[in-house]
Design a protein around this ligand. Structure first.
Ligand code: HAM
Length: 433
């Protein structure tokens, strides 16, 4: 295929059967979120570039290097959203959702970052995110963490480790930043080049460095936890008490700072050792200043977002993705009149048995050819209509998944017969209206 007809690097097609796995995870996540009172928002993929610069931060990697930014025909600078929080806050302000009331929202969909693609890291990736507004205490943080934990539990995932930190108040963070810069300036010549640059622009991000020499310098660096004021300390220890009460295990990491500037107070991340380098499956934290920063009334806020691709890789590695269900029934029709009758009968069956998975033969073919198609799809049962069946207003049932005599059933009794043959305890139930 010529080069320009391929998908863009880092952008993936999601095809069956994988798309059924996406649907499965999305259904479980939406059920868990809705059960806890989170309502779904559907937000634009494109926003004004300034929204991201003002929220994520102009000197973050995301805004500096990774956004898909373009001028539209009016000359406005727009960007494909690299994450969902900024747009969610923007929408909340625009629609008056954040005027002092509590809001629990969630979203899903594609995000775009021009990162170097590798396993678990893509340029178009998908998040499911949850954001809670108007609640300042650690109880909402515990709730959000418990919602994520419930999702892991419903998906039967293990090897997910929760890490927590607190960045304190804006003042705590400023004092810490000063101390960190002072310390690192003493070691400037031994720092890697990226970290030296960040010393000027975004020193807290140096804490994320994976470069060995820098890590060694960091091991004796000042820690944010020593700079928290009494209120921030009390808040953080209350959160830990809530998590203990909920039985949710966590690890503390004073170097967890996150790559977005809007965080204040608690930050957290769920990582796994099962995916290699791209180990963060779900991350988030508190961002109490953002709503006011974007022009809304001061509103405390906290949230998280999980990466769908990483969650699916983990679920796959742990064998937790359900088998994709083949059609239960394949409708074989011999001749044109039978084909028309079969179409009508198939529609009637789909009406009365809403969960029935029925594929109709289309495009004719011999009995043998049609049964071959049915077998290839993995159907359990073939319904056959030919001249004889038409004359007697009957349908022949041929079992494809077991040795059994074929049977004939009156067309009018077909749905009753299918309900009898296909009901089983593992979700093959064709359903009733
Ligand atoms: P983030 O840490 O930038 O936070 O992204 C959240 C999650 O998205 C990551 O933990 C990871 O699973 C996934 N992710 C990020 N980049 C990629 C990529 N290039 N390819 C695949 N997956 C990726 C945020 O986006 C914040 N908005 C989270 C948040 C919500 N904080 C408060 N509320």
């Amino acid at each position: 295929m010529s080069e320009n007809l391929r998908a863009v690097r880092g952008f993936n097609d999601i095809l069956p059967p994988a798309s059924a796995h996406w649907q499965f995870v999305e259904q479980v996540a939406s059920a868990v979120l809705e059960q806890a009172g989170y309502g779904e928002v559907r937000l634009p993929l494109v926003e004004a570039t300034s929204l991201f610069a003002r929220s994520i931060g102009a000197s973050t990697d995301i805004v500096e290097k990774e956004m898909y930014t373009f001028g539209d025909r009016n000359g406005d600078s727009l960007s494909l959203r690299p994450e969902g929080t900024a747009g969610c806050v923007r929408a909340g302000i625009n629609h008056g959702l954040l005027n002092g009331s509590q809001q629990r929202l969630w979203y899903r969909g594609p995000m775009f970052r021009h990162e170097r693609p590798q396993k678990g890291r893509y340029r178009q990736f998908h998040q499911i995110g949850a954001e809670a507004f108007g609640m300042a205490g650690p109880d909402i943080e515990a709730e959000l963490i418990a919602v994520a934990a419930r999702l892991w539990q419903r998906l039967k995932l293990d090897r997910l480790q929760l890490t927590l930190n607190s960045l304190g108040s804006v003042g705590d963070r400023a004092r810490y930043r000063e101390a960190l810069v002072g310390y690192l300036q003493h070691h400037q010549t031994s720092l890697d080049e990226d970290s030296r640059r960040r010393l000027e622009t975004n020193p807290l991000r140096i804490l994320d460095s994976k470069v060995e020499a820098t890590c060694e310098i960091l091991s004796s660096a000042p820690r944010i936890t020593d700079f928290l004021d009494a209120a921030a300390q009390a808040h953080f220890s209350r959160l830990r008490e809530y998590l203990d009460a909920l039985g949710i295990a966590y690890k503390l990491d004073p170097f967890l700072v996150r790559g977005l500037d809007y965080y204040t107070g608690t930050v957290f991340e769920w990582t796994t050792d099962a995916l290699g380098a791209q180990d963060a499956v779900c991350s988030g934290g508190r961002y109490d200043g953002l709503v006011a920063q974007l022009g809304g009334r001061p509103t405390p806020a906290v949230g998280w977002a999980l990466g769908m691709e990483r969650l699916l890789l983990l679920a796959e590695a742990q064998g937790r993705l359900p088998e994709v269900a083949p059609p239960q029934v394949y409708f074989v029709a011999l001749g044109e009149i039978a084909a028309c009758e079969a179409l009508v009968l198939a529609e009637r069956l789909r009406d009365t048995l809403p969960r029935l998975r029925l594929t109709s033969n289309v495009g004719g073919g011999s009995l043998k050819a049609q049964l071959r198609r049915a077998n290839r799809l993995g159907a359990r049962l073939a319904l056959i209509v030919g001249d004889t069946e038409l004359d007697g207003r009957k349908v022949t049932l041929k079992f494809l998944d077991r040795e059994a005599e074929q049977e004939t059933v009156a067309m009018d009794d077909l749905s009753t017969a299918l309900r009898r043959y296909l009901t089983d305890p593992v979700g093959m139930d064709p359903g009733t209206d």
